[in-house]
Write a protein that binds this ligand. Structure first.
Ligand SMILES: NC(=O)c1ccc[n+]([C@@H]2O[C@H](COP(=O)([O-])OP(=O)(O)OC[C@H]3O[C@@H](n4cnc5c(N)ncnc54)[C@H](O)[C@@H]3O)[C@@H](O)[C@H]2O)c1
Length: 302
């Protein structure tokens, strides 16, 4: 997509982190911005800030895991601005711990937001964009889905999140291929960030009451939460930089978007494991002390 000015961006998870930074860039580029998020107070603050930058803004509170709510978002977007040009399916949440300790509610919540949220965004916005492309030879559209490096790797104690993000990677790759079959005017990308300081480690703040378990977290879940807080909190690439990588990739029609290309060695190792039918490599090979500490903590009594 060569031009952003005067066009419309729909951004989910727009009230914090990558979504908020992407909304700031969209406004500075002269786009109309549809800010979609589940957290009302943060959404109100974001909408006021983005409007003050001079953008036409449509704030929309929704839970992206709910089909009817994303349907209402697409209808409201079409009514206000027509078909959007950039759709950033970015809202996401995390939950960790040993994979067999995740509850049904953990699975339903994380897969609901991270997978079905993207499914609904693709399902409801792509037809609007295809119709716009058919009616206007100058129309250009782009869909960006947020996965993670966890969509290309299988880090231990992050199973539910890994499953959700692997799904987003293949969904996005298939979307790209399917679009290539039917149009040259709309393309797709997948964002695979590594650890970046945002609100992601406080995802539980937006967990709906009906998705909360009536039991304390397990030892592995407590350990994983602390490890995530440390890894995300010490990330050196900022959310603003990642959002700029997204706009750069959209302008260049680049599919894979990475925050830390130097972390791709781990992906190569995984691919080599698969190709050589060798057992999964030690994820802590470069930092054995971290693996040793985690093993000791999980095996300790109590
Ligand atoms: N920060 C990282 O290190 C990192 C790494 C890899 C991938 N990601 C992914 O990046 C995306 C954005 O997360 P972030 O890091 O900016 O975190 P964040 O918590 O700062 O932002 C996520 C936003 O999504 C919103 N949200 C949560 N559940 C929602 C729902 N059901 N419906 C609508 N909105 C909802 C939250 O209110 C929040 O505003 C997520 O998909 C996350 O999995 C983050």
């Amino acid at each position: 997509m060569k031009t952003f000015k005067g066009r419309t961006a729909v951004i989910t998870g727009a009230a914090s982190g990558f979504g908020l930074e992407a909304s700031r860039i969209a406004a500075r580029e002269g786009m109309n911005v549809v800010l979609a998020d589940v957290q009302q107070d943060a959404l109100d603050r974001a909408a006021a800030e983005i409007a003050a930058l001079g953008a036409a803004v449509l704030p929309f509170r929704l839970d992206v895991s709910k089909a009817a709510e994303v349907e209402a978002l697409s209808a409201a977007t079409a009514a206000r601005f027509g078909a959007p040009h950039l759709v950033f399916n970015n809202a996401g949440v995390g939950a960790g711990g040993l994979i067999w300790e995740a509850t049904v509610k953990d699975w339903e919540w994380v897969l609901g937001v991270n997978v079905m949220g993207v499914v609904h965004g693709v399902r409801l916005f792509t037809p609007l964009m295809l119709a716009a492309a058919k009616n206007d030879a100058g129309y250009e559209g782009h869909i960006v889905n947020t996965a993670s490096m966890a969509g290309l790797l299988s880090p231990p104690t992050m199973g539910v999140y890994n499953v959700s993000k692997h799904a987003v990677v293949t969904l996005s790759e298939t979307l790209y291929q399917d679009l290539q079959l039917v149009t040259d005017q709309i393309s797709a990308s997948v964002l695979c960030p590594y650890f970046v300081p945002t609100g992601i480690v406080q995802s539980q703040r937006n967990r709906p009451a009906e998705m909360v378990d009536d039991k304390p977290p397990t030892k592995s879940q407590i350990i994983q939460q602390a490890m995530s807080e440390k890894a995300v909190g010490s990330g050196k690439v900022s959310a603003a930089q990642v959002a700029q990588f997204v706009f750069d990739a959209v302008a260049a029609r680049r599919f894979y978007i990475y925050s830390h290309p130097n972390a791709l060695g781990n992906v190569q190792t995984r691919m080599e494991d698969i190709l050589q039918s060798r057992n999964p490599s030690d994820p802590f090979a470069q930092r054995p002390e971290v693996g040793a500490e985690l093993r000791a903590a999980l095996r300790a009594a109590g």
